[in-house]
Design a protein around this ligand. Structure first.
Ligand code: 6PG
Length: 511
């Protein structure tokens, strides 16, 4: 077949960092890619990178594996039917912009359009309905950043099963892989030589929107996990007076144990990095104002809407917000008093070990919150989410990949109906054994005047769940007092409502 008439397996629209790397990953896995971006430089850049890599790593392959297209009509004409199109454009209006242009360019009803951006899950639900006469709108949330997209991301597809059956082989090929025996990632960062062995980090999540919801919660956990590590850094740096590089050493050691994770690994690397301009630790030259694109906020909002406690995720979003108030923080640092000295600890090494346990416990608590949130939303939306599979596909490729996800996988494999991760025997025992160290870390932070909102809110979550009785009884009394909102009684059937006539004779009435 000559080049002119050759049909391509998949079209990639949007060749930013993620789109370009996904296109190269797909090409490495023997699929022919047609690529398009409104910015023609990005098209050229993608085509040229494919050529460079092919010449360097795949000497026997002579034909280009990626075709650069000038417009969407050309792309459609080059694709095998029914067509598969992968969108890698910013979430929101750009997704609809491309869908509209595809309709104008003549897309057909059995063609598949896959949104891989960080879209709001409710937008995805609407889009599936909006476009169902024009084409099959499908979605696949992607985690793993630039390197993940290039050499194996974690992929969370959801929507039409017809679409999934069609794309599944491509998705399994390009996804990150895990060694089935050890549960550890199999990593190879080599163009032209993708990992083909092991379990792929992709699974069909469920109906439209569910994949983006699961990815949103992944990001909420990501926010909390990152903030937990930052709090540990501040305790060791400001509290114990360890230099960033020394904290990096501690994190490297922790990364050998139960805290092993990608985020721990990169945090150690960041802390050990010197600033190329001044030679000072880079972390001390980076302005302490955190950015965000919104997925953590969406997770916190969803948890509030649905009534699912996810305090550590919400605290992580607040921590980013307070970090941006640099001016106020600078002013108040002169005005408000606190114990502004390093901690006076008799055994700093013992505290480092206690903090390691505290971080492990806090991490379990924040994953418990994330999984509980997915479970509650799944119930509300009638999605059949398989949590063992979700934990499995987060073991490699994604930002929150961690050894610890193997234990979560096992907990859900043992009991797929597990209501809360804290109920899994292995986690309940681990937390019970370590909770004292967690309390020491939180109280040391409090007494040292070092903010640790996530480590401490995670502990409050743990303590709230292990409280068979909470002061909500008083709260119900308050509500009944000022608003006659009624209350249920501990000694009467559930659902029976009572009101006390607080302002008159204080008689009790069944309502
Ligand atoms: C991932 C990341 C990715 C992105 C976040 C960053 O899973 O690959 O989560 O989605 O890096 O959007 O989010 P913030 O800019 O909000 O920190």
């Amino acid at each position: 077949m000559n080049n002119q008439n050759q049909l391509y397996d998949i079209g990639v629209i949007g060749l930013g960092v993620m789109g370009k790397n996904l296109a190269l990953n797909i090409a490495d896995n023997q699929y022919k890619v047609a690529a398009f971006d409104l910015d023609e430089h990005k098209v050229q850049d993608t085509v040229q990178q494919e050529e460079r890599e092919r010449k360097q790593y795949l000497k026997q392959v002579t034909e280009p594996r990626i075709l650069g297209c000038n417009n969407l009509s050309e792309m459609l004409s080059k694709l095998e039917k029914p067509r598969v199109l992968l969108l890698s454009v910013p979430a929101g209006a750009p997704v609809d912009g491309v869908c509209k242009s595809l309709i104008e360019a003549g897309i057909e009803s059995d063609d598949i359009v896959i949104d891989t951006g960080n879209s709001l899950w409710t937008d995805t639900v609407e889009r599936e309905q909006r476009y169902n006469k024009d084409f099959l709108f499908f979605s696949c949330a992607v985690s793993g950043g630039e390197v993940g997209a290039r050499f194996g991301p974690s992929l969370m597809p959801s929507g039409s099963l017809t679409a999934w059956n069609r794309i599944e082989p491509i998705w399994q090929a390009i996804a990150a892989k895990v060694d089935a025996k050890t549960g550890l990632p199999i990593e190879r960062f080599e163009p032209g030589n993708p990992v083909t062995e092991g379990e792929p980090c992709t699974t069909y999540i469920g109906p439209a929107g569910s994949g983006h919801y699961v990815k949103m919660v992944h990001n909420g956990i990501e926010y909390a996990d990152m903030q937990l590590i930052c709090e540990a850094y501040q305790l060791l740096n400001q509290g114990l007076g360890l230099s960033p590089a020394k904290v990096g050493d501690v994190f490297e050691r922790w990364n050998q144990g139960s805290l092993n994770s990608y985020l721990m690994e990169i945090s150690a690397d960041v802390l050990k990095q010197a600033d190329p301009l001044t030679g000072a630790p880079l972390v001390e030259m980076i302005l302490d104002k955190a950015g965000q694109k919104g997925t953590g906020l969406w997770t916190a909002v969803s948890s509030l809407q649905i009534g699912c406690p996810a305090p550590t995720i919400a605290e992580a979003v607040y921590a980013r917000a307070i970090s941006t108030q640099k001016g106020q923080r600078q002013q108040l640092s002169q005005l408000l008093s606190g114990p502004n000295e390093t901690l006076k600890l008799s055994d700093p090494q013992a505290f480092i070990d206690q903090l390691e346990n505290a971080l492990y416990c806090a991490k379990v608590s924040c994953y418990a919150q994330g999984f509980q949130l997915m479970a509650m939303q799944a119930k509300e939306q009638a999605w059949q989410l398989d949590f063992a599979e979700i934990a499995k596909i987060w073991r490699a490729g994604c930002i929150i990949r961690a050894t610890f996800l193997q234990s979560i996988t096992q907990a859900y494999q043992q009991d797929s109906k597990l209501e809360n991760l804290l109920m899994a025997e292995s986690f309940a025992k681990g937390l019970s054994d370590k909770q004292n160290d967690w309390r020491i870390a939180v109280s040391t932070a409090v007494m040292g005047g070092i903010p640790a909102p996530c480590i401490s809110s995670a502990l409050a979550y743990y303590d709230s769940y292990r409280s068979a009785t909470l002061p909500a009884s008083l709260l119900q009394g308050q509500r009944d007092y000022f608003g006659a909102h009624t209350f249920e009684r501990t000694d009467k059937p559930a659902g029976e409502k009572y009101h006390l006539n607080w302002s008159s004779d204080r008689s009790l009435n069944k309502v």
